[in-house]
Design a protein around this ligand. Structure first.
Ligand code: G3H
Ligand code: 13P
Ligand code: NA
Ligand code: ZN
Length: 328
């Protein structure tokens, strides 16, 4: 059934596990996640980004997700707007039946300019008031998701805060977080701890200076009842990079967020773990491999099946690692 995200996160907090929130853009990705959830008995958060909305359109995303809900009536599914950049993006998602929205007020609606704290509070609170009146959950963000190694937030495609940021902007302040939660009454708080979006998160295996798991502990100690959200949580498995390179792709040396660090964060209040890049890597590795191994096959269903299966396996392993087995 389609449920509010708050319901899933409350259950995760009561039972001390975390839920991966997987990004979806097309049929095969929705199917892969649902199959993985069915195999493991996990609850599901499907999230759509601005990129997904411009790729597929909100109507297709709505109906793909509703088809998933109807096909798997026993699995609880939250349909979430990822990184809503403006109130209008959030209102539009609510009209399309999303049961959860992220109002990302850490940046201005241009998605490039760092917002003031006052703007973030005011805008997030306004979305919470409307959303809660119709049973929709709200995620907000405090601090800027980005790298403590390079002090950059923007990805190679230019998405994210422009220019150099300070360590203070890149690490959520626990006291300010407490004020933010009190002022906005949101359901889930995305925090900045040195993770960043995309495949190129860390130039080496992350240590405490560049992946601030201690900051999660400090925020959780100050806000034990707030559901925390980690963005940029793909693990960027070296096997996927190797397979992509082996079958003709180009990937520079890079490291993601180790699963064991995420498991520690889950012990300290992280209930939603955003994963998109690992889906991209799993699918691309499988498609590259399939096409090289089957040069005569030109049926898209063949390589999309391989991609879907690779995503399903990755999702299944995250559901198990984050403690979701049998919780759905
Ligand atoms: O926020 C980052 C997610 O990975 C979504 O990226 O806008 O390219 O779909 P996207
Ligand atoms: P990754 O790029 O690490 O998968 O992060 C996705 C994300 O945070 C979506 O909001
Ligand atoms: Na989100
Ligand atoms: Zn994100």
């Amino acid at each position: 059934a389609l449920v509010a995200m708050r319901q899933l996160l409350d259950h995760a907090a009561e039972n001390n596990y975390g839920i991966p929130a997987f990004n979806v853009n097309n049929l095969e990705q929705v199917q892969a996640i649902m199959s993985a959830a069915e195999e493991t008995g996990a609850p599901v958060i499907l999230q759509a980004s601005a990129g997904a909305r411009s790729y597929a359109g909100e109507l297709f995303l709505e109906h793909l997700i509703k088809a998933a809900v109807e096909s798997y009536p026993d699995i609880p599914v939250a349909m979430h707007l990822d990184h809503g950049r403006s109130p209008s993006a959030c209102f539009s998602a609510m009209r399309y039946g999303f049961t959860s929205v992220m109002m990302d007020g850490s940046l201005m609606p241009d998605g490039k300019t760092v917002a003031s704290y006052e703007y973030n509070v005011r805008t997030t609170r306004r979305i919470v008031e409307t959303a809660h009146s119709i049973g929709v959950s709200v995620e907000g963000e405090l601090g800027c998701i980005g790298s403590l190694e390079t002090l950059q937030s923007a990805k190679e495609d230019g998405q994210g805060a422009e220019g150099s940021l300070t360590r203070e902007q890149l690490l959520t302040d626990p006291e300010q977080a407490a004020d933010f939660v009190r002022e906005t009454q949101l359901d889930a708080l995305a925090i900045a701890i040195g993770t960043s979006h995309g495949a190129y998160k860390f130039t080496r295996e992350p240590t405490g200076e560049i992946l601030a798991i201690d900051r999660v502990k400090e925020i959780h100690a100050r806000l034990p009842n707030t559901h925390l959200v980690m963005h940029g949580s793909s693990s960027v498995p070296q096997e996927f990079l190797a397979e992509i390179r082996r079958y003709g792709g180009v990937m520079r040396e890079t490291y993601g967020v180790p699963v064991k660090e995420i498991q520690t964060a889950i012990q300290h209040g992280v209930r939603k773990v955003n994963v998109d890049t690992d889906i991209r890597l799993a699918m691309t590795a499988a498609v590259r491999r399939f096409l090289v191994e089957h040069p005569g096959d030109f049926d898209p269903r063949s390589y999309l099946k391989a991609a879907r299966k690779a995503e399903q396996e990755m999702c299944k392993s995250r559901y198990i690692a984050f403690g979701c087995e049998g919780q759905g």
